[in-house]
Write a new protein. Structure first.
Length: 650
């Protein structure tokens, strides 16, 4: 009991004293500045205040009365506390109650008040100062590294161009201050690239790029914030190099294989013309199939001239002037031949060979209608001052050098000479027929047919008719008893007194030289005789648009297509096909050449389309094969074999 009373009394005493003291001395309110400005570095707890936090009290500097007991902060959300450091001097400090995150809040504003100690620590009789505003700014720490906005960047550029900016990359940074959150620099990490990046993330190329050299670049790019903190992860930038748009055919293969027996095969099924948006009004494409190296300029059936004439329904009665040498046809034995196969025999004349055709093989009177046909590959041409080069000549055997009829080449002209016999009246008559044709000197094989329906003479070259550009008249030949000599490869000079000899030799190759008196060949037969079994074709003609005009040459080795509409031209070109109807075609390469011209709407400069060089490869036909299968060993009792023997003997 005594123990309980004593402390109570003590407390009463203490309080009584203080109350009296305060009542006497605490007359003034404490005083602080009206505003403070503070700075705190994030994640730290001390706030640097300006001015420093000091509260003053005018009361006498005795315990409690002149002392400062507390600073109070108004604003519950402010994560700060103010602590009194020295009650006598009134100094205090402001600090964070929990770590301050600048990224959450950059500034704080709140009210602070100072309290004096009044009558004691308990708060009784405390006087408070006026309210002061504290404004705190949180200082940033460069915690965050830049991060790129995209996981990967992509861009495309056209070769040969320099760009100011191909693309812009962008990084950002979570830090709260401009210094640490702004991106001050970008850098390309990948060494030796033809690219550069500026402070804003714009990537440009430092040199002209070439699609042929490299079509794709991958570069790694990093970023730095203004506090020099580097992105933890670089970003990949993919740059595709686009070829500069070049007008031309696209989507075609250099080589198309042709399998024998497959009919018509499309050569460029995916072809299309890139015009680079050029404003064209029409397109004209010429497709050429070059087969000059195959046989006689094209793949043909290799029947003998005789069989072919039968197959083509040619009238009988023609004479082969260049047959394969044999016992009965030995006048060609001294000539040079190129091919071993007698079905496709080629005679080569190098200016020294000629043959006398036996008398009476060809009737002397060819009548008014007759046909001379031959395959000819003329050349090399000996130049402009050249002599005549004779293919076929009928001249005086002796005494004179008169040419009755002859076929010769002179300065790339083909001339047919036909002197009539002096029969009834002595009149001037057509006697020399001249044709000037490129084919004569192009060193390629062509099929020539001369159809005589006197006085008209028509030449067919590869099935196409040509009228002579020049016809000269002459007198008929006076009748005489002199025999004539028919020759091939030169003309017979019978009038040479000492040694009759050949003259006007031919240079080139001949094959299938025939003469047929009494009748001329029809054009149908002529085209059949020279018919080529390979050529260009249009797969499904009817599907060609109406806007497409097309034209084949007779040999079907040249196809010209023309149209105003690009799509139709593209479709038409995909339908261009190669066909070889032989069962066993000559295998090997045939070149293809496509030249294209484009017209534009009144434009001076129109795009030009590069020519295409491609090829058809005719594959070797699969050889017929007989396979015999069976067991490797066959065991039979000897008795049975004997039985067979015995039976056979019977
Ligand atoms: C408190 O402040 C008073 C007055 O300025 C000074 O005399 C005293 O030494 C200070 N006390 C401490 C513990 O610093
Ligand atoms: C051709 O054969 C005949 C006999 O059949 C002979 O007289 C002639 O000399 C031969 N000519 C040649 C060029 O071999
Ligand atoms: C040659 O043919 C012409 C015209 O067919 C004919 O008038 C003349 O009798 C013939 N001459 C001889 C020798 O067969």
């Amino acid at each position: 009991m005594k123990r309980l009373i004593l402390p109570l009394a003590l407390i009463l005493l203490v309080f009584g004293q203080c109350g009296i003291l305060a009542g006497k001395v605490n007359k003034h309110k404490p005083w602080i500045e009206t505003s403070y400005h503070g700075v705190i570095t994030e994640n730290m707890d001390t706030v640097l205040l300006d001015p420093p936090l000091v509260a003053l009290d005018k009361d006498a500097p005795v315990p409690y009365a002149g002392e400062i007991c507390a600073f109070k902060i108004h604003g519950q959300e402010a994560p700060f506390e103010a602590v009194v450091l020295n009650r006598t001097s009134g100094e205090g400090v402001l600090r964070a109650r929990s770590p301050i995150d600048c990224e959450l809040q950059k500034e704080y504003t709140f009210i602070i008040q100072a309290y004096d100690c009044g009558a004691g620590d308990t708060g009784a009789g405390w006087k408070k100062s006026h309210k002061a505003v504290v404004h705190i700014q949180v200082d940033d720490v460069n915690e965050f590294a830049p991060v790129f906005r995209e996981p990967v960047y992509q861009a495309t550029l056209t070769e040969g161009k320099i760009y100011d900016s191909i693309l812009q990359v962008e990084a950002w940074d979570q830090d709260c201050s401009p210094q640490y959150s702004q991106i001050c620099n970008y850098d390309i990490v990948t060494p030796h690239t033809p690219f550069a990046i500026d402070r804003n993330g714009n990537i440009r190329n430092t040199e002209r790029l070439s699609y042929d050299n490299q079509q794709h670049y991958k570069i790694m790019v990093t970023a730095f914030d203004c506090g020099q903190k580097r992105a933890t992860e670089s970003v990949a930038v993919h740059i595709e190099v686009k070829p500069v748009c070049k007008p031309g055919w696209q989507g075609w293969n250099k080589r198309a294989d042709y399998e024998p027996g497959t009919g018509s095969k499309q050569l460029f099924p995916k072809m299309h013309l890139e015009t680079c948006d050029g404003p064209l009004s029409s397109v004209r494409a010429m497709v050429e199939l070059q087969t000059s190296h195959i046989g006689k300029g094209c793949d043909r059936e290799t029947y003998s001239e005789k069989s072919l004439q039968r197959l083509c329904g040619a009238a009988s009665g023609s004479t082969d002037l260049l047959p394969a040498p044999s016992a009965s046809t030995n006048w060609t034995a001294s000539l040079l031949t190129d091919s071993g196969r007698d079905s496709d025999l080629i005679f080569r004349f190098d200016g020294r060979q000629a043959a006398n055709v036996p008398d009476r093989l060809v009737p002397h009177n060819l009548t008014d209608q007759f046909t001379i046909a031959t395959w000819m590959k003329h050349g090399p041409s000996p130049g402009l001052r050249a002599e005549k080069e004779t293919l076929l000549c009928n001249s005086d055997k002796t005494e004179m050098n008169r040419h009755h009829y002859s076929l010769y080449v002179h300065n790339c002209r083909l001339v047919f000479l036909l002197r009539r016999d002096f029969t009834q009246i002595d009149t001037f008559r057509p006697a020399e027929f001249h044709w000037k044709l490129e084919q004569i000197c192009d060193k390629e094989w062509h099929y020539y047919v001369i159809n005589v329906e006197f006085p008209a003479v028509t030449l067919f070259v590869d099935g196409v008719t040509y009228e002579p550009y020049l016809v000269t008249d002459d007198w008929p030949i006076h009748p005489s008893q002199i025999d004539v000599q028919l020759t091939v490869g030169a003309c017979w000079q019978g009038g040479e007194v000492t040694t009759p000899r050949f003259t006007q030799y031919f240079r080139g190759s001949l094959s299938g030289l025939t003469i047929r008196p009494g009748k001329i060949e029809t054009q149908k037969v002529i085209s059949c005789l020279q018919a080529c079994k390979e050529g260009l074709d249009i797969n499904s003609l009817e599907s060609l648009g109406k806007g497409i005009k097309f034209h084949f040459n007779p040999a079907q080795s040249v196809l010209v297509m023309e149209g105003d509409d690009l799509d139709s031209i593209n479709t038409a070109m995909t339908k261009v096909s190669y066909i070889n109807s032989r069962q066993f075609p000559t295998p090997g390469l045939r070149r293809l050449h496509i030249s294209t011209t484009v017209q534009c709407f009144g434009e001076d400069t129109c795009i030009s389309i590069p020519d295409i060089k491609a090829a058809v490869m005719v594959l070797p036909p699969s050889e017929p094969r007989i396979t015999i299968a069976g067991v490797e060993r066959l065991v039979r009792p000897a008795a049975r074999l004997q039985l067979c023997h015995w039976r056979h003997a019977l």
